[in-house]
Design a protein around this ligand. Structure first.
Ligand code: FE2
Length: 246
């Protein structure tokens, strides 16, 4: 009997706390400006779910996609102001900042060129690729950002089926940091993504983890992620730099 159970991956009984990393830097909690929270009530639900994991500061990163969500500093700051006023009115003590998640399209390349990216703390550019097609000219784009003093951060590298581990390692060597979605470790996006997430963790190439929280299904998956042994391993490795954004 014991032999049978000991061969299985053990899940922690107690949920792991994210208090040591303290900052979630990828979420869609601003109300009504992308496919994340649509109302202030939904924003509050997602924020409370993050706070319950031990997160102290949330950086909201609404999508910027030329074809779908053409957010600007004005739309983002208006939504942030509205949310902050609401949080103050209901006495929910959480620090929230805003930046963006840039989609790698023509508009993104234009913003890189014009130095008009919306950055996390004036330094990090969070960006994502297409899930279907391998993007072109990535090395040059990363070079342009790094040359302008910006640190690129690739969102959820585990979710791009076409991206290999040597390619991830190469992007890192060129100055691009990697942000894993914590819920990828649960199999939320499928087994392939879970396997890829575990490989990236084992290779030691992950710099940040975050929720990429859009809705309550993500909040439930995040709760589940807190019992994943690989998450504990990643936190214990002391490689994550989320807390540098406190
Ligand atoms: Fe996202």
């Amino acid at each position: 009997m014991f032999g049978l159970f000991s061969k299985r991956k053990r899940h922690s009984e107690q949920p792991i706390s994210l208090a040591s990393i303290a900052v979630d830097l990828h979420s869609h909690v601003l109300p009504g400006i992308d496919d994340g929270a649509q109302t202030l009530d939904e924003s509050v639900q997602l924020i409370q779910a993050l706070m319950q994991t031990g997160i102290q500061k949330i950086i909201a990163t609404p999508h910027i996609m030329a074809d779908y969500y053409k957010n600007t500093p004005a739309t983002i700051h208006a939504a942030l102001d509205k949310l902050q006023q609401h949080l103050a009115s209901i006495n929910l003590p959480i620090e929230i900042e805003a930046a963006a998640e840039h989609y790698y399209d023509e508009y993104f390349l234009e913003l890189v060129k014009k130095e008009r990216l919306i950055l996390i703390q004036n330094k990090y550019a969070l960006f994502e690729f297409s899930f279907a097609n391998k993007p072109l000219n990535v090395i040059n784009t990363i070079w342009q950002m790094v040359s302008n003093g910006i640190t690129p951060v690739l969102a959820h590298p585990e979710r791009y089926g076409y991206l290999t581990l040597p390619e991830v390692a190469d992007l890192k060597e060129r100055g691009c940091l990697m942000q894993l979605n914590t819920i990828s470790l649960t199999g939320y996006y499928g087994k392939g993504v879970k396997d890829s997430a575990e490989k990236l963790v084992a290779a030691g190439v992950i710099d940040f983890i975050s929720s990429d929280m859009h809705h309550t299904r993500h909040a439930e998956a995040l709760q589940k992620a807190l019992t994943e042994p690989v998450l504990k391993q990643l936190l214990d490795s002391n490689k994550l730099i989320n807390a540098s954004l406190l």
